[in-house]
Ligand binder design. Structure first.
Ligand code: UT7
Length: 319
């Protein structure tokens, strides 16, 4: 049994944060941000928006595209690391908004690679025959975790959500997923939870990132990962129709495309207007390319992501 993507959707908040606006807040410039990252603006969740509400909006689009009602779902898996609460999970909030059926709903935490990890979890349930229809969502509001004075992180992160409906099918679909983690890199990228038992440490509850060190590991691990994915499927990069990468930095994306010798016309990019939306990044890029008619049925897709943990992963999909 294979997991076939039968619908996809995404949601971006209306509020824009441009490079020019960031120039007013911290010591940076539009030119530096564009040259070093490729990002021109990002969307920021409004006061009443949450990872759950954005996830619901993306999910409704995906369900509509799949011509499915939420009551027909067997499982909801949500990739996020920015939920409003430690518990209940964002997945439970999303389930409550979509259906009164008591289907299982849970979160997967793998930072920017969360969607790939969630996709892999969902795929195992479908392959084993346990479930037939699974909603997979990546949703994050990482802009809220960036210190308002930290130009390091502020310029990179935006908010949003993306979703796919997976249904059991005989042909195509997810052909393989590849996941890796390396917890020893925890001090290069992360966010502390507020320590309620140490109120004086509350000020440490912001994202920290050693950008250039993250960059180097990301480029090297992603290059190994795409080769691993192709080898596992006995493919050559020329067999791919699209690379759908995590939208973190245009230079990381270009390095991965170069490793694959894939022209940039076959690489889906949204980061110039989304920034890095963490777990939402890959499903937003996927849905945008599907809705623009670039990705079509039968196309071979390589999805990949790298982020905090470190955790990185890929999926090879015949759409
Ligand atoms: O999803 C995974 C999460 N994170 C990532 O993937 C992040 C990966 N890393 C990156 O994308 C890049 O490392 C950054 C965009 C964060 C930084 O780019 P970089 O080319 O690695 O810059 P750098 O940190 O090596 O700094 C180069 C220069 C420094 O100045 P000097 O020492 O050369 O005078 C920095 O002080 O750029 C300066 N700089 C900035 N200037 C303007 C650093 N940040 C900024 C900034 N605006 N925001």
């Amino acid at each position: 049994m294979r997991s076939v993507i039968t619908g996809s959707g995404h949601y971006l908040p209306a509020q824009r944060l441009t490079n020019a606006m960031l120039e007013q807040r911290v010591d940076t410039s539009d030119q530096w941000i564009v040259e070093r990252t490729g990002i021109r603006e990002r969307r920021i969740a409004g006061a009443t928006e949450t990872p759950a509400s954005m996830g619901v909006a993306a999910a409704r689009q995906a369900l509509q595209a799949a011509s499915l009602s939420a009551d027909q779902l067997d499982l909801i898996v949500v990739a996020t690391t920015s939920g409003e609460r430690a518990f209940p999970s964002v997945a439970c909030d999303i389930q409550a908004a979509l259906t009164s059926n008591n289907i299982p709903a849970f979160d997967v935490a793998a930072a920017c690679s969360g969607f790939i990890f969630a996709l892999s979890v969902a795929d195992q349930y479908i392959r084993s025959g346990t479930y037939q229809r699974v909603l997979v969502i990546g949703t994050d509001a990482l802009s809220r975790l960036c210190h308002p004075d930290d130009r390091n992180t502020l310029i990179l992160f935006g908010d949003g959500a993306g979703a796919v409906v997976l249904e059991a099918g005989q042909q195509g679909g997810i052909l393989s997923t590849h996941l890796h983690s390396a917890g020893e890199f925890a001090d290069l990228l992360g966010v502390q939870h507020p320590k309620r038992h140490e109120p004086e440490a509350l000020s440490e509850a912001w994202m920290y990132m050693k950008g250039s060190e993250v960059f180097k590991v990301a480029v090297s691990k992603l290059s190994e990962l795409v080769q691993e994915t192709l080898a596992a499927n006995q493919l050559d990069a020329s067999d791919l129709d699209w690379l759908v990468p995590h939208q973190a930095n245009m230079r990381i994306i270009s390095a991965t495309a170069k490793k694959l010798k894939l022209p940039m016309q076959q690489v889906v990019t949204t980061l110039d207007y989304t920034g890095n939306t963490s777990a939402a990044s890959v499903p937003i890029a996927l849905d945008v390319a599907i809705r623009e008619g670039k990705i079509q049925r039968g196309h071979k897709l390589l999805l990949e992501a790298f982020g905090g943990g470190f955790a990185w992963g890929s999926a090879f999909i015949e759409y």
